[in-house]
Design a protein around this ligand. Structure first.
Ligand code: NAI
Ligand code: SF4
Length: 512
């Protein structure tokens, strides 16, 4: 009997290794021959560690399982896939949270053993690359353009157009750089890709290399993701051994090499030009654009810089066709967005859906409301630089343009929920404080503005000359938005302005 226990960071943090050991011991004691597969997470975090058992009718799920639950679960017939136990969740695929999703990028997540190339291939892995190996670069760029894929790191720039710019640069050394410095609050989709389906990213980057004529790729990974580093490096070695990387990929005569480089904990190194500085071995400082990295990027050479999720979407597009991807979504936001539910939420996890679903549906139907059971007060979408959205905005569809209309940010798809006990004044202060800590220091509105921002908010909250200080804060926010060199200083005012507009009483209410 095949038993699955996930091996990604979330499951490990919830004690998955101890559960796997307990299951093996229970099987030995019972004389049952089990095949224990360490799969990736299904992304249903509130059920982790989620144990699954293969049955003729499909996989049956149990969770959240603690080592002390194992005896009673085995007694109730876990190894036979029986379900008479409070932790039994029925058939995994029938769990509504999973069943209602449209998983294109995450179609394999949780199904496979992340390190097994055979398993990857059995689930259409490398099918996109096999096609790309027989196409010319322009045809690959066209497929990505036609799919409508836009950068999933947050800025939503059309991926195919970025690739076209690099493709059109004269032949010579070019690079593919994957931004895996996933720093937004509440986000974990990049990590799940690297830990649960690493070959998908390897495949996406190799296809990008073939498209633009680059034979070297780097993955800039945040050092806070040690499990991703271990699993991904293991996958890289296996891909080399199986001929999917390196010289003469699968006998095609084409080459592509990939390496992982670790960041050192600076949020600003997720900004693409700062990332490139860091990758070159320098302190991560933002560079002025132009020149765009597509023209003068890593070591001054043409470089594609894409987020993990953008590159991970590419194998599906090549395999199933651009139209299959473009069929999902709304308006100019084509395809699906892997959203991440976090904060004060009952059912946190990964939800991949076509653009167009509303925030309310996401937070209520999928998230099940707050974990505390108290009323939801605000939600921050798009990381620490995203606006706080009040209830009047929860019925807007998740779409880049629709969000921009009311000053919202879709960003990298992180959704952080807050109940009615949150002090939004404190949240506004946090935005400025975060910027003052993480600013690279290159430009004045951000470097000085964020520090002054904290001071002004403190004065407002202390009831000192509140009206004049509110005017000052308004001016300061405008200066930072208009005058900052990059999104760090340019977007920090968004959460602050949203608090001033939608939760003004929280800001002026004096601290106890
Ligand atoms: P941007 O709008 O300056 O650039 C978007 C991308 O398009 C860049 O890669 C740029 O080089 C490229 N580009 C623009 N014109 C091009 C052309 N003609 N040819 C080729 N490439 C072209 O935005 P930026 O500063 O890169 O990103 C800001 C976003 O980052 C924000 O919207 C925010 O949501 C997001 N963000 C994401 C975080 C995360 O953890 N994923 C953290 C913080 C912010
Ligand atoms: Fe650096 Fe901030 Fe200026 Fe960006 S806005 S360049 S982080 S100082």
């Amino acid at each position: 009997v095949t038993v699955y226990v996930p091996c990604d960071t979330t499951a490990l943090a919830m004690g998955a290794n101890a559960v796997a050991d307990a299951l093996q011991q229970a099987a030995n004691a019972k004389g049952v021959d089990i095949k224990l597969v360490r799969n990736g997470s299904r992304g249903l975090f509130w059920l982790e560690p989620l144990v699954e058992v293969e049955t003729p009718g499909g996989r049956v799920a149990y969770g959240p399982v603690e080592p002390t639950d194992v005896d009673s679960l085995v007694g109730a017939g876990l190894f036979e896939g029986k379900a008479d136990h409070p932790l039994a969740q029925g058939l995994t695929d029938e769990i509504p949270y999973l069943k209602k999703q449209q998983r294109l990028t995450f179609s394999r997540i949780g199904l496979t053993d992340p390190l097994s190339i055979d398993d990857y291939r059995a689930h259409r892995g490398f099918a996109g690359l096999e096609k790309a190996l027989n196409m010319d670069g322009q045809a690959i760029v066209d497929a990505v353009k036609d799919s409508g894929l836009r950068g999933r790191g947050g800025a939503a720039f059309p991926t195919g157009i970025k690739w076209q710019t690099v493709h059109d640069e004269p032949e010579g050394q070019k690079y593919i750089v994957c931004n895996a410095d996933e720093g937004d609050s509440g986000t974990f989709a990049d990590r799940l890709v690297m830990e649960c389906d690493p070959y998908m990213l390897i495949e996406g980057m190799t296809i990008a290399g073939l498209a633009v004529g680059a034979n070297q790729g780097y993955i800039y990974l945040r050092s806070e993701y040690p499990v991703a580093q271990r699993i991904f490096n293991d996958a890289l070695q296996r891909a080399y051994d199986a001929g999917y990387l390196g010289r003469d990929i699968r006998g095609s005569g084409k080459d592509f090499d990939l390496e992982v480089r670790l960041g050192a904990g600076a949020y600003i190194c997720g900004e693409e030009t700062s990332l490139l500085d860091s990758l070159e071995g320098k302190r991560g400082m933002v560079r002025a654009k132009p020149p765009l990295p597509a023209i003068k990027g890593l070591f001054g050479l043409p470089t594609v810089v894409n987020n993990v999720l953008s590159l991970a979407a590419v194998p599906y597009i090549l395999d199933q066709g651009a139209q299959a991807y473009a069929d999902y979504g709304m308006g100019r936001s084509r395809g699906t967005l892997p959203m991440q539910l976090a904060g004060n939420v009952k059912r946190g996890g990964l939800v991949e859906l076509a653009f167009g679903i509303t925030l309310r549906e996401l937070m209520e139907d999928f998230g099940g409301g707050t974990l505390s059971g108290r009323p939801l007060k605000a939600v921050q979408v798009g990381g620490p630089l995203g606006a706080y959205l009040p209830e009047s905005q929860w019925d807007a569809p998740i779409d880049y343009e629709a969000f921009a209309e009311f000053g919202g940010v879709v960003g990298h798809g992180g959704v952080v929920m807050f109940d009615d006990t949150v002090d939004m004044g404190e949240q506004a202060r946090f935005a400025m404080e975060f910027c003052s800590v993480e600013s690279c220091g290159k430009c004045t509105p951000c470097r000085i503005g964020a520090v002054r921002g904290v001071e002004v908010i403190d004065r407002i909250r202390a009831g000192e000359n509140a009206e004049a200080n509110l005017t000052l804060l308004t001016d300061l926010c405008e200066t930072m938005v208009d005058g900052s060199l990059c999104a760090m200083g340019g977007m920090t005012p968004f959460p602050v302005q949203s608090v001033m507009k939608h939760f003004p009483n929280d800001l002026t209410r004096q601290k106890a």
